[in-house]
Design a protein. Structure first.
Length: 386
């Protein structure tokens, strides 16, 4: 009969108050990991498969809700934003990523849970990943993993242009909340419909509001391919309920909570029809026209078109025609001079960074002589901000 070697064992709680003899080995019966003792350290030193990724501890997490728990004391240094956590809950093991960690009388930690997993009243353990999210000990190739889309284009849906948008790509590389990437080829055209919830729709139960700014994402469709969802979450967070995604674009809804119609090529969206924000105006610089209702506030650049008409009156006239959307200081200043009865018409476009003002500053300055002056400012589109 073969000889069977059995080691002493106990639960995590039992180990944490047990100091074994030097070189003694015991078994943690909660996770089948080994503890090597040194005669001094309570609980010994964990080794084995269960500790390759997670650091066990004796902390007692306090359940708050499906994504939130508390810990006694100030634990923000260890439980910091971006770090992964493994939980013991009623259903077994659950995983998530820390999105908020703050200390008052307790440390309150908010998670983005993986998939459909959730915290519950059976929460008993919260183990941290060995790797931190700051100063991470990982190769550059892992740190630099980013989602990538090849051959991206998009347009309003021909059948339902106001609530559906078609997105086409040849190749998409997604990234998961744990940093893993996955590449899909032959993706083709996918449609997102903001009137429905779920795959191919929005990630929230309620409808989007007027002038909302949903972002579009590729997400797995559960059948080995991809679908598109619209979400109010930013590109870093990703859509609610999905742990794998690739950001596509910032979008914008109009006052009827419908898509503006236009076309997407790479990261640039162009309206089907220019959106006029100042029409045949004569204001002195700086006069302001807002593009907040037409361009996502998180877009990288706004593309505008300005037309200028200037005419000398009974005698020669001159002025500076100014345009800027960075501040009330003129960014473009065009000197014009018109002899008696002479007319000038100028049209130019510019693409400049979107600022918090979400406004174009325009108008004339230093006029001299009788004149007729008009200016029209339109928005042609925007470039997505990643």
């Amino acid at each position: 009969m073969a000889t069977v070697l059995k080691l002493r064992g106990g639960t995590t709680d039992e180990h944490n108050v047990f100091t074994g003899s030097a070189r003694e080995v015991t078994v943690n019966t909660d996770d089948n990991s080994l503890r090597v003792h040194d005669g001094v350290t309570p609980g010994g030193n964990p080794v084995g498969s269960a500790t390759l990724q997670w650091v066990t501890n004796s902390l007692s997490p306090l359940y708050v809700n499906a994504t939130t728990f508390n810990l006694a004391g100030n634990r923000t240094a260890e439980f910091h934003v971006g770090r992964r956590v493994q939980f013991n809950v009623t259903a077994g093991t659950a995983y998530g990523t820390i999105v908020s960690s703050a200390y008052s009388t307790l440390t309150t930690i908010v998670m983005r849970m993986d998939g459909s997993s959730a915290l519950d009243s059976g929460l008993s353990r919260a183990y941290l990943s060995i790797l931190r999210a700051d100063n991470i000990a990982a190769p550059d190739t892992a740190l630099n993993a980013v989602p990538l889309i090849t051959g991206l284009s998009g347009t309003f849906n021909a059948g339902t242009p106001t609530t559906k948008f078609d997105v086409t790509a040849s190749r998409v590389t997604t990234i998961s909340t744990t940093g893993k990437t996955k590449t899909y080829t032959g993706v083709g055209t996918k449609t997102v419909d903001i009137t429905i919830q779920g795959l191919g729709g929005r990630d929230q139960a309620g409808a989007f509001a007027a002038y909302a700014e949903p972002n579009l994402f590729y997400v797995p469709n559960g059948s080995g391919g991809l679908s598109v969802v619209a979400s109010m979450n930013n590109f870093a967070t990703g859509p609610t309920g999905y742990t794998e995604f690739a950001p596509i674009m910032n979008h914008k809804l109009n006052g009827s909570a419908q898509f503006y119609q236009g076309m997407l090529v790479a990261n640039k969206f162009t309206f089907n029809a220019q959106q006029i924000i100042a029409n045949l105006v004569t204001g002195a610089f700086p006069t302001t026209a807002s593009y907040a209702n037409f361009v996502p506030s998180k877009a990288a650049t706004v593309i505008s078109l300005t037309s200028l008409a200037f005419e000398g009156g009974g005698t020669a006239a001159s002025a500076f025609l100014n345009l800027s959307h960075l501040s009330a200081s003129a960014l473009i200043s065009i000197p014009v001079y018109a002899s008696t009865g002479t007319k000038y018409a100028l049209i130019f476009t510019q693409a400049l960074p979107v600022t918090t003002a979400l406004a174009i500053y325009y108008g004339y300055s230093n006029p001299s002589g009788p004149q007729a002056y008009q200016q029209t400012v339109s928005i042609l589109g925007w470039e997505t901000g990643f």
